[in-house]
Design a protein around this ligand. Structure first.
Ligand code: GCB
Length: 610
């Protein structure tokens, strides 16, 4: 085959790896923290632009002249008309949501422009990528007055190659970040969480060699506890190379050859100490090619389902979980750093958890890294929440792209065992088709993990008993069924939990992915008085008694670890725009129900210890 043909095929494969519809966006680079990076975090100049005057002219056409804010144009004479100025505008911290940094922005939904200047001395023969951990929701990115591209979806990473656009001095990067809700978006306009806007995760310049290791998977083969199966993808001009995978502590060293598209797949045996919540063993894995090398910390464990059981490393397991929103533990706003992850997961551990459900969208990467280190199993989720536009192909493409970015970022994390593709979505043919495509995508992109969704079962009354049957057509395609129920809060009374029976049409494990009740920390009363710690405590007691009677239950993740902000929650004094179903208040105070769940988990742990 001629070299020209090889290059063409290689180039085509790389193009296919780029996400559809966002051609300017570069393929994601795995494990950027192990790369040579320059962080662009800190104070950025910002302009709040509710009418998008820096983006559209008064006829709503895109601005191309010097009035466009991304040009960062400065008056050339005293008569020059320029109606914006980043240099004298206010600042916001990056990473960070804008809502909790400035009182006037708490409820703000619209555009904020961000600008940051930097110098950059690029090493010869290196390529540079501008990487964003996340920006909610829509981000247009410009460098030195030119558009790099845009990204949709508020919770996943994206990057742009800037190798040929960087100057040694005086670069400026500008973003238009817009968090306006829209029906066709993912999520759609209606949610029960705060629509935090801004550049909510770190911004980094990543420097890599001309041909670099773009991504790799080093994981145990599904169902195996000793066979490693994986692949590696190079990016650049020199796509055929010899590459080596080394795990020194396990005595592994394998040298392989990439094909014309820069990819190689591999499979070999290794004698490994398996990762588990009790022993979160991580191995240093060195991956090198002729032009590049990268080191990761990877744990090896197997996760599978057999009938109604979930098997971790071949042994049945009960997932003692808790649902978590991505809100900082002891300050306001979005969580994004290691310390946040460590504190949230420490609370989960104190509860006795071996599992967390990261609801309702992809959380930051630090959460996964810290879960790997602390030994906490993870359910990750895409924001296909409530009523998405099931018939809209653009909405599906958007959900697929967010799922793809999530899988690409986290597919080497041992902690991650479940991808959830939806939360409380009403059954219809269009919804079933939509979810079916996401389920297939998750299974084919990452065959080593389980796929779930938080469903809602419906009940019938039989005399004085309540009967609930899990019978959702999409469940037949899931590995694990999730189910949310609010018996004793949104429907029925707490005492009805004592007469509720569960059945399922499917021979599959169930995780009760939500139940709960709101309680304001420090508000007391009897167990029938709403909003009190005693009501919440009683609901947990009766829920747990009911859960113990579900034969196919293999996990729980009650709603929720900590009180979180939600614009739906308007009740003065009690809610004040917080969902109060937390077991911990927004200030870290533990409510009575915390200790009820802790007791249940301690008992389950003892029952499970061999
Ligand atoms: C649910 C949703 C969750 C809400 C929760 C609630 O069913 O999945 O996002 O926050 O109920 O508190 O109502």
């Amino acid at each position: 085959m001629s070299n020209l043909l090889r290059c063409l095929i290689g180039g085509l494969c790389l193009l296919l790896l780029c996400r559809q519809g966002a051609a300017q966006i570069a393929p994601l680079i795995a494990n950027i923290n192990a790369r040579q990076t320059t962080d662009l975090d800190g104070q950025w100049q910002t302009i709040v632009d509710p009418y998008d005057v820096g983006f559209l002219d008064y006829r709503a056409h895109p601005l191309k002249n010097n009035g466009a804010f991304y040009k960062n144009y400065k008056p050339q004479s005293k008569a020059d008309f320029v109606e914006y100025d980043f240099d004298t505008a206010g600042q916001l911290s990056v990473p960070g949501d804008w809502n909790t940094q400035r009182e006037s922005l708490l409820f703000y939904e619209g555009t904020v422009w961000y600008k940051r200047s930097f110098d950059y001395a690029k090493s010869p023969k290196k390529r540079v990528f501008l990487h964003f951990g996340a920006a909610n929701y829509l981000a247009y990115v410009y460098l030195n007055g030119e558009e790099l591209g845009h990204h949709e979806g508020g919770f996943t990473p994206f990057d742009f190659e800037v190798t040929d656009r960087l100057q040694t001095k005086g670069n400026f990067v500008i973003l238009r970040v817009n968090n306006t809700r829209a029906k066709e978006n993912v999520p759609t306009i209606n949610t029960d969480w705060w629509n935090y806007g801004g550049i909510t995760r770190p911004v980094t310049l990543v420097e890599v060699p001309d041909t670099f290791i773009q991504d790799y998977s080093v994981q145990l083969e599904k169902g195996s506890t000793r066979q490693i199966r994986g692949w590696l993808q190079l990016n650049g001009a020199q796509l055929r190379q010899s590459v080596t995978i080394r795990i020194p502590e396990a005595g592994v060293s394998k040298t392989l050859q990439t094909g014309i598209s820069g990819r190689v797949e591999f499979s070999f045996d290794a004698d490994l100490k398996l990762w588990s919540p009790e022993n979160p063993q991580l191995y240093t894995v060195n991956i090198s090619s002729e032009t590049d090398q990268v080191t990761d910390q990877i744990g090896f464990r197997s996760i599978a389902v057999r009938g109604i059981d979930i098997l971790l490393n071949g042994k049945p397991l009960f997932l003692r979980g808790i649902s978590v929103h991505e809100e900082a533990p002891m300050r306001s706003g979005r969580a994004w750093k290691d310390d946040d992850a460590r504190m949230l997961l420490s609370w989960a551990k104190e509860l006795g958890c071996n599992f967390v459900r990261l609801a309702h969208y992809p959380h930051n990467e630090a959460m996964l890294r810290v879960a790997d280190q602390m030994g906490v199993l993870v359910w990750e989720e895409v924001p296909v929440y409530w009523t998405i536009q099931w018939e809209n192909p653009e909405t599906l493409r958007n959900a697929q792209s967010q799922l793809n970015e999530l899988i690409t970022r986290d597919h080497n994390r041992a902690a991650l065992i479940i991808y959830s593709v939806a939360n409380e979505t009403p059954v219809s043919d269009a919804r079933n088709r939509f979810l079916s495509q996401l389920i297939q995508q998750a299974h084919s992109s990452d065959p080593t993990r389980l796929v779930s969704a938080a469903l809602q079962a419906h009940e019938t009354e039989h005399g004085n008993r309540l009967s609930i049957r899990i019978d959702d057509p999409i469940a037949s395609e899931l590995d694990v069924m999730g189910n949310n129920e609010y018996i004793g809060w949104y429907n029925h009374r707490i005492s009805d939990l004592d007469v509720t029976d569960w059945t399922s049409k499917y021979d599959k494990p169930l995780i009760m992915s939500e139940f709960g009740a709101d309680a304001l920390f420090g508000r007391h009363g009897d167990s029938e008085t709403r909003w009190t710690e005693e009501y919440q405590e009683s609901l947990y007691e009766h829920q747990i008694a009911m859960l113990r009677r579900i034969p196919f239950l293999r996990g729980t993740s009650p709603w929720i670890l900590k009180d979180f902000r939600s614009p739906r929650r308007t009740l003065p004094v009690i809610e004040d725009y917080f969902n109060r179903k937390g077991l911990v208040s927004e200030h870290g105070e533990k409510k009575k129900a915390f200790f009820v769940l802790q007791k249940f988990y301690r008992e389950s742990q003892i029952a499970q210890t061999p």
